[in-house]
Design a protein around this ligand. Sequence first.
Ligand code: SF4
Length: 286
Amino acid sequence: MKIEIDKKSGFCWGVVKAIEATDKELEKTGQIYSLGQIVHNKEEITRLENKGMVTIDHDGFRSMKNKTVLFRAHGESPESYITAKQNGHKIIDATCPVVLRLQQKVKRAFKKMQEINGQLVIFGKAGHAEVIGLLGQTEGKGILIEGDSDLDKLDYSRPIETFSQTTMNVDKIKHLIDEIKKRIKDPSLFKTNNTTCRQVSDRFAHLRSFSKNYDVIVFVGGKNSSNSKMLYEECKQNNPNSFFISNPEELKKEWFADTVEKVGICGGTSTPFWLMENVAKAIPEL
Ligand code: SF4
């Protein structure tokens, strides 16, 4: 049986940068506080927590003083920077440059929309850290659209400008844009911005062809990673013998019948490469 790991799977460079900064601080001082989960992967979090990283939420962040705190790749809202200053925290800012640029664009567009009585829309998932950071650029006045049911929040007689969470599904964005186009009174009042990250969108096309080349696909991802779930669905649609696992213990012997000759291992942008390597080593042992 041939077992191959997809070389293009694993952390995106935004996550790599955040993890490198954390490892560096841990080697230097043995402690860092991560504001929110550094990556949606339990195994990688455990590895870093064993070295001294502590994951905190925003309440903890507000109540602590003088700590070294990591702002992860998803970015933070302006309020978090103010709190950090007030509480004497040292910030290690690992906001991904792609997210940072998007935050700045949203801030500028919001100012413009204010001047012309327009509405600034963010397509994304409620409660997602990146979305909170983006809405924070709009003094909380940006309108979040998660799906069709939110489209009634908009006034179609006024200007609308849209942005999207970097990891949002492009087909979903296209559908929402088409719906707004149908409703807007004057098309010249509508402006869209393509702000999805290529690190994610390119993987859909890549995994579509990768998954077709193997008898069995083992997708490795965190259970709370929406990016991993979406990429896994792409594999499953193109290869029904695709299985989602979070660690080698979840592998099942019956997936690898005698007729299986080629197994492909892949993962999401939050899956560490070492975890896929552990899965590759565990399959022959079954
Ligand atoms: S998915 Fe893209 S935007 Fe998000 S952290 Fe990775 S590189 Fe940055």
